[in-house]
Design a protein around this ligand. Sequence first.
Ligand code: AMP
Length: 308
Amino acid sequence: MGKLLIVGSMAFDAIETPFGKTGKILGGAATFIGLAATQFKVRSAIVSVVGEDFPEAYMDILKDRDIDLSGVEVVKGGKTFFWQGKYHNDLNSRDTLVTELNTLADFNPIVPDGFADADVVMLGNLHPNIQLSVINQMEERPKLIILDTMNFWMNHTWDELMDVIAKIDVITINDEEARQMTKEYSLVKAAAKIQEMGPKYVVIKKGEHGALLFHENNIFFAPALPLEEVFDPTGAGDTFAGGFAGYLTQAGNISFESMKNAIIHGSNLASFCVERFGTERMVELKKHEVEARLMQFKELTQFNIELT
Ligand code: AMP
């Protein structure tokens, strides 16, 4: 079975959407990535850090799904990373109200025993030096290194981000960030510029408008499923990344063709994530639901045109 190493935040989130408000609930990029990856036949491990205030019950949600947490450091007397966000009425944009790094501020990631030879490494959105440190701890070059990042790191740690980006295979980024990173409005031009920075594959996420995959001169597009219920988009990007990475770890075959399927799996899982607050929907997700929606994806995008 393929091994997937995930690095990212484990967090308390407090979320406000037009439909309601939560207190502190389970969140974090690594949490969403890990939960999405459990939909595939892979062995996965998380490298992260939390404080003593992080409930055992939250750990159990991940442990019970066979995610190896030996790389999750629990800092004595420390407080867990906290993020609070409020979505606008269109649910496509949000304001970050609070970011308390807490234990994440001095995080020194340690790759756990048995995962320094992981096939795929998924570097969740974190300080680029942390992402780089994990790459440097790998015994040999993984088959695939995927990196997620955001505008915050572009604004504050550009040089470090460029160092790590030069070492990876796939970057997942949203459209606004791709434009910011390259100063190109055209996403085709932006993706070409990003490929020059290092990653051979560029995935541009466009929220409810789907995702694009670029590799050399090839482009693939996956729509997002038009949903009746969008409740809370938090974690959709990470869930997408977890589905993408989980599928490729299971498939073992890294190519543009397999990445097309990976994008569909990522989009499919993200469509569930947004239906409830936080991780609620992902923890109860059943295989038959995932499969039924994959078929909906197929129907949504297939057509026969005959040229006369
Ligand atoms: P997404 O909605 O996919 O962009 O990711 C949301 C998750 O990212 C939330 O669960 C947050 O806990 C986490 N998060 C937000 N800001 C940061 C940050 N600066 N570093 C690490 N994780 C973060």
